[in-house]
Write a protein of this length. Structure first.
Length: 94
């Protein structure tokens, strides 16, 4: 039964995320996926969360601080519906 629950850490590991990589979660909400990603990429990596809702980004930042990954997690408020809405440079993430 435990395997039926979503495990963000396993999700990232299955995708091959490794230490020192840069990853982005578009529509990141409160950080359910991006905080575990930050633990995987470590201090030499980056985990970006982009969302349109400031309250969700604030919650992700609070979670990052509580888990000691606030220097790894970067959040940004952005409307992803338009072209280039993430504001990230092409090929800037792994």
């Amino acid at each position: 039964m435990a395997d039926s629950f979503i495990r963000p850490d396993k999700f990232w590991q299955d995708l091959g995320l490794r230490a020192e990589q840069r990853v982005v979660h578009l529509g990141s909400g409160a950080g359910f996926y991006i905080i575990p990603a930050a633990h995987i990429v470590g201090k030499e990596g980056q985990a970006h969360g982009i969302d349109i809702l400031p309250d969700m980004l604030a919650e992700a930042e609070n979670k990052a601080k509580r888990e000691g990954v606030e220097d790894i997690v970067k959040t940004k408020r952005s409307n992803l519906e338009g072209a280039g809405g993430s504001g990230l440079d092409a090929k800037s993430m792994d």
